[in-house]
Design a protein around this ligand. Structure first.
Ligand code: HSE
Length: 314
């Protein structure tokens, strides 16, 4: 196993994600074309030395020395590859706003796994990194598309293994994501969910998921409209997102096929035709403005290539 020389650097680029896509709670997510960049450098010292340097003031959730997610992920790689931990520096350039439901924490986990692995010339295969990522995050719908790109459905199979299906996304379907200035932590958004749900809600979601996946595959707008809804988490979470339902309503009125809370929120995803995107974006921002919340609502393309790394400087 190659323990890297001091000074060796790896650059890792990781896309943001929109998880819980429509009825796909905790299983369906897509990568979006907005990335966090991480530069890992092997520095002098043992595995208890980890330095995180932020190139943004908005990354406080990633701080916290050895407890942070990048470092925790690196530790999993060392343990799985059976190597003695070594000191690392991670320099982070954040573009994905934290605590907005865009998978910012997942980017930290994925970067830590890929960076620690790549700097040792990749002893672990991608399948192992996926397994470790899901284990750290606790659910697969951010980390899997963040690693692989595209639209991914991840399910625990009868064998108890995680199985990943890359699903198709028709080029005519575009995504507008309204990102508010307010934050919401995933732990808070999970706390409001009940432990049990009615069986009728589970059945409804299974059907809706099938409709949505077929709509996204074929570009059938009616199927997307009919399948883009949820009964498992959204009914409990809208109350945490001030103005959220109004923003959804405004997007639908402006021509969106469907809307969903992005991840655990508070961002809201609208699926639409390109021609309606601008109108939908403006309507969503205006609806949030009405309740006193600033936001922006960019078009975000589906990112199909996932995370990548290269030696730095390339
Ligand atoms: N599926 C997760 C949740 C996504 O809704 O809690 C948030 O990271």
């Amino acid at each position: 196993m190659a323990i890297p020389e001091v000074g060796k650097k790896i650059n890792v680029s990781v896309p943001s994600t929109t998880a819980n896509l429509g009825p796909g709670f905790d299983c369906l997510g897509a990568a979006l074309d907005l990335h966090n960049e991480f530069i890992f450098t092997r520095i002098e010292g043992g595995g208890d030395r980890f330095e995180l340097k932020m190139e943004s003031t908005d990354g406080n959730h990633l701080r916290g020395g050895p407890e942070n997610l990048v470092y925790r992920a690196a530790q999993k790689v060392w343990a799985s590859a059976n190597v003695s931990p070594f000191a690392l520096e991670a320099r982070v350039k954040l573009a994905v706003p934290p605590a907005r439901g865009l998978g910012s924490s997942a980017t930290a986990i994925v970067a830590g796994l890929i960076g620690a692995n790549a700097i040792m010339d990749s002893p672990l295969p991608k399948e192992k990194l996926l397994e470790l990522a899901i284990d750290i995050e606790g659910h697969p719908d951010n980390v899997v598309p963040s690693l692989l790109g595209g639209l991914c459905l991840t399910a625990r199979a009868s064998s108890q293994r995680w199985r990943i299906i890359r699903c198709e996304w028709h080029h005519s379907i575009k995504a507008v994501v309204a990102i508010p200035a307010i934050r919401l932590s995933t732990s808070e958004a999970r706390r409001v969910m009940p432990k049990n749900i009615p069986i009728s809600d589970a059945v409804t979601n299974m059907g809706a998921l099938t409709l949505l996946l077929n709509g996204l595959k074929t570009g059938d707008e009616e199927l997307i409209k009919e399948g883009m809804f949820d009964k498992l988490h959204e009914p409990y979470r809208w109350k945490l997102i001030k103005g959220g339902l109004e923003v959804k309503e405004a997007a639908l009125e402006a021509g969106a096929f469907g809307c969903a809370i992005s991840g655990a929120g508070p961002s809201i995803l609208a699926l639409c035709k390109e021609v309606n995107g601008k109108k939908i974006s403006q309507a969503m921002v205006k609806a949030w403005e009405k309740v006193g919340i600033a936001s922006r609502a960019p078009f975000l393309n589906i990112q199909t290539t996932g995370s990548n790394f290269r030696s730095y400087p390339g």
